[in-house]
Design a binder for this molecule. Structure first.
Ligand SMILES: [Zn+2]
Length: 481
């Protein structure tokens, strides 16, 4: 059997920290980065007598996520204790949901290499986060001491479990990207992987192409960025394929992604794996999920990425590439919609956002809402170009200043004397000068070298510091020659 005859099967479990103000079962704050153990109480410390009470907001966010991921919301859900011992888990159990989750049977649609793919979602359930260990050395092995910070203990999470429908590391990356976009659209999490608010474990196995039986899977943990997910899964896929081609057996085990070495390492085999002994939490009664409340939540959902993509393509005639880029972030998509209300040329707006706005945001590492930029600014710049007041080249400079300062582009143009020179007499004079000063180039052009014209246009632009109207310069030069 060769590598090509093997097919990869991946399922993802994604944990998402919900951005509620208080924890899942107590009223402690969830703000990230507070001094250790300052956001704790008897409930989340697991002290005797502490009684958990479900945060309704956490359930609401889980319901919203379920709806946005095309799931059915269950009529009721129940909390269970997942029993295991770990130093950052003060109760020695985690409150989770075993067989009665909030939502089931959803999906995410993707386009992978031009092909539409539907990845089914098995379930969305609610649980609480554990605390955090801070090791004194570079890693666990080198640490002399470990400290426990329980600020994160009890922060609400949703776990989104996919079916094993993903067929490549690239597909896994696209699934995660889409999942993150959807969750950000509905504003239930900031999804910052670097702050741990979005975490991903993966199951991966390989099998002969066309087989309906799954191969032995391994679980890969500790992939802390989208890049790490892609690299970790690529490594594991290759490792398993090589082993199978060589006639070796895959051991069912949990493997750790070692980012620095670029390899997965075996951690524990299934035989030593935990038996969590789930049982219903006696302190938390089952929760009936009110149908009307679900309907209201559904009605409150914003336009989601897929619907938005369709609208940009059908209503505004944008190429699918543009629609994809613009809808990848809700803030950018909202900004686009606001811009075309002021300046209805959708393609011109799209081009400007995709090139100038996203370029500057990327350089600054900012989101649009963290800048002084407004849709009015974009509309005005496009209007100035359209009117011929400034050239596209000058517009970029003006816009960059607006982007940083929030100043009115028209005011910048006036103040810096950047109004485009469209005066035929003045331009004719400049064209004549340039022609006279470049006899060799002029001759080249007359001998059929079209490129020479570009050089002459460039000379006129240079003489006017970019202010000449390039179309007019072109026209005048052709006439002159
Ligand atoms: Zn608490």
């Amino acid at each position: 059997m060769s590598n090509q005859e093997l097919e990869t099967v991946i399922g993802l479990e994604v944990h998402v920290e919900l951005s509620t103000n208080s924890k899942a079962f107590c009223r402690c704050s969830t703000v990230f980065g507070a001094p250790p153990n300052t956001q704790v109480c008897p409930v989340c410390l697991g002290l005797p007598g502490g009684l958990p009470v479900l945060n309704k907001k956490a359930l609401e966010y889980a319901v919203l996520a379920g709806l946005a991921l095309n799931c059915q919301i269950e009529p009721s859900c129940r909390f269970d204790r997942k029993n295991y011992f770990y130093p950052d888990l003060p109760n020695a159990f985690q409150i989770s949901q075993a067989d009665q989750p909030v939502a089931r049977n959803g999906y995410i649609d993707l386009v992978v290499k031009g092909q539409e793919r539907r990845i089914r979602i098995n379930r969305v359930h609610l649980e609480e986060d554990a605390g955090k260990l801070v090791h004194s050395g570079d890693d666990i092995a080198a640490a002399a001491t470990s400290l426990v910070d329980l600020n994160r203990a009890g922060v609400p999470l949703i776990e989104i479990v996919s079916e094993p429908d993903i067929r490549s590391p690239e597909e896994a990356r696209l699934y995660l990207t889409k999942l993150k976009t959807v969750l950000q659209y509905i504003d239930v999490s900031d999804c910052k992987m670097e702050e741990g608010s979005l975490r991903c474990d993966a199951n991966l196995s390989v099998r002969p192409r066309g087989s309906s039986v799954y191969g032995t899977k391994t679980e890969i943990k500790n992939m802390n960025s989208f890049r790490a997910v892609f690299r970790g899964l690529s490594f594991e896929e290759e490792r398993q394929k090589e082993a199978i081609v060589a006639g070796q057996e895959i051991i069912q085990e949990t493997r750790h992604w070692d980012e620095a070495r670029g390899v997965t390492v075996g951690m524990r085999t299934k035989e030593e794996a935990n038996d969590y002994r789930y049982f219903p939490d006696p302190n938390l009664p089952p929760v009936v999920i009110d149908r009307q409340w679900v309907e209201e939540s559904k009605a409150s959902l914003p336009e989601l990425p897929d619907a938005r993509f369709d609208r940009l393509v059908t209503e505004h005639n944008l190429p699918t590439y543009d629609a994809e880029v613009l809808t990848a972030s809700r803030s950018v998509a909202d900004f686009f919609d606001d811009c075309i209300r002021l300046y209805p040329d959708a393609k011109a707006v799209s081009n400007w956002i995709m090139s100038e706005v996203l370029r500057l945001l990327n350089i600054e590492g900012k989101e649009i809402q963290d800048t002084p930029l407004t849709p009015e600014h974009v509309a005005k710049v496009l209007q100035l170009i359209h009117d011929g007041t400034i050239s596209g080249r000058i517009a970029k400079d003006v816009f960059e200043e607006t982007f940083h300062s929030g100043r009115d582009p028209e005011a910048i143009v006036k103040e810096r004397g950047l109004v485009q020179i469209s005066d035929t007499d003045e331009l004719s004079r400049l064209v004549a000068e340039v022609v006279a000063a470049n006899p060799k180039v002029v001759e080249d052009y007359r001998n059929g070298k079209d490129k020479a014209l570009g050089y002459l246009v460039g000379q006129v632009m240079k003489a006017t510091r970019g202010k000449a109207n390039p179309q007019m310069v072109n026209k005048l030069l052709r006439e002159k020659l």
